[in-house]
Design a protein around this ligand. Structure first.
Ligand SMILES: NC(=O)C1=CN([C@@H]2O[C@H](COP(=O)(O)OP(=O)(O)OC[C@H]3O[C@@H](n4cnc5c(N)ncnc54)[C@H](OP(=O)(O)O)[C@@H]3O)[C@@H](O)[C@H]2O)C=CC1
Ligand SMILES: CC[C@](O)(C(C)=O)C(=O)O
Length: 327
């Protein structure tokens, strides 16, 4: 797969264009700030509330979603995925005229049919492979995080150039950008966050922490070992791969990785991962999530509250408050 860099993108295609960032949360804030720093004309479409206040504190012009969509050439939807459909239908579709571009950072609402755009608009994706906070941090440091771009509809013939220019404005082409389809991004992103990055990793950490404290080890020790140090270990893999991490850790730890790791995370995990991918690709996961969200997200809220009571979170909060440099 070709990796695209700064030289493949031309910010000039966005000259004279207004980008409306719809939503000013994790991604909205990070992407809007980066695009503005790159000289683009950005307005924020947002409802009254804390996000609107934050956007104004950051010096952006804020408008209602409808007014921002009306003003913009490029409507970059950075609302929670579960809200894309309702907000699009009510506040964007009525002012979405031919020649505009609809843009996303995740393909969920397009792939699972929550949004059905008219044929006469471009539909693109610029998806940073990063949480918003880290994306902004890397940009400010002078580099960026990698990203994906995708083109779904291209009546203008310029959709890919526009997506690449946005990616460049956000620093993504400094790190490297891949072109894929909306389906590829949506499925791999959901797969990764559910099985490895969030679901998966979080459960592994919690089981490790719980096993140690149930055996009588102090929670602080369990936290340092199973949660805090995970970042330092992953940083080594980020910098130089698993082999670099293995070169830095002790031979004893490396031996334990080979000897015990495949027993703890045995091949049956991969079978469940395959089933998880099937549920994602078939739309089963999306249907379940949209049903939960439309119902007021009771399970999500209950799980969120329960997590706040987990001893790993309670001890972690205390430990982190003692650190001088917070990450
Ligand atoms: N989080 C991440 O790092 C990543 C997210 N993405 C994608 O980016 C998109 C945005 O996600 P994320 O940044 O996490 O979302 P957040 O939940 O962080 O932010 C959502 C924003 O949308 C606003 N909003 C919610 N409902 C409405 C509404 N009805 N009308 C107007 N504004 C509203 C919120 O405002 P308010 O404060 O008023 O609720 C908030 O500003 C999603 O498609 C997601 O999949 C992609 C890559 C990574
Ligand atoms: C890992 C979660 C993520 O996919 C991300 C930060 O990239 C998300 O959707 O938030």
């Amino acid at each position: 797969m070709e990796i695209l860099h700064d030289g493949d993108a031309d910010l000039g295609v966005l000259n004279g264009k207004t980008i409306a960032v719809i939503g000013y949360g994790a991604q909205g804030r990070a992407q809007a700030l980066c695009m503005r720093d790159s000289g683009l004309s950005v307005v924020i479409g947002i409802r009254p509330g804390k996000s609107k206040d934050a956007a104004e504190e950051d010096g952006f012009e804020t408008l209602s979603v409808t007014d921002a969509a009306k003003r913009a050439d490029i409507i970059h939807i950075l609302l929670p995925d579960e809200m894309h459909g309702p907000v699009y239908d009510k506040e964007i579709a009525p002012v979405l005229t031919a020649g505009k571009t609809l843009s996303f950072s995740h393909g969920f609402s397009i792939v699972f049919g929550e949004i059905k755009p008219p044929k006469d608009v471009d539909v693109i994706m610029v998806a940073p492979k990063s949480p918003g906070t880290e994306e902004r941090k890397r940009f400010v440091e002078g580099f960026g995080v990698p990203g994906l771009i995708a083109v779904r509809q291209n009546p203008s013939g310029k959709a890919k150039e526009v997506a690449l220019a946005i990616a460049k404005a956000e620093g993504l082409t400094r790190a490297g950008v891949l072109e894929c389809s909306f389906e590829q991004e949506t499925y791999e992103d959901l797969f990764g966050e559910q099985n490895v990055l969030c679901g998966g990793m979080v459960d592994l950490m919690k089981y490790g922490f719980e096993t140690l404290i149930e055996a009588g080890y102090p929670p602080e020790m369990a936290y340092f070992e199973c949660i805090h140090e995970a970042k330092l270990i992953v940083d080594l893999i980020y910098e130089g791969g698993i082999q670099k991490m293995n070169a830095v850790i002790s031979n004893t730890a490396e031996w334990g990785e080979y000897d015990n790791g495949p027993w703890i995370i045995d091949p049956s995990v991969k079978e469940r991962m395959k089933e998880s991918l099937r549920r994602i690709e078939s739309g089963e996961f999306a249907a379940k999530w949209i049903k939960e969200a439309r119902n007021g997200a009771p399970t999500l809220k209950a799980k969120r509250a329960a997590l706040g009571e987990h001893p790993a979170e309670i001890v972690g909060k205390r430990i982190r408050s003692l650190f001088q440099k917070k990450n």
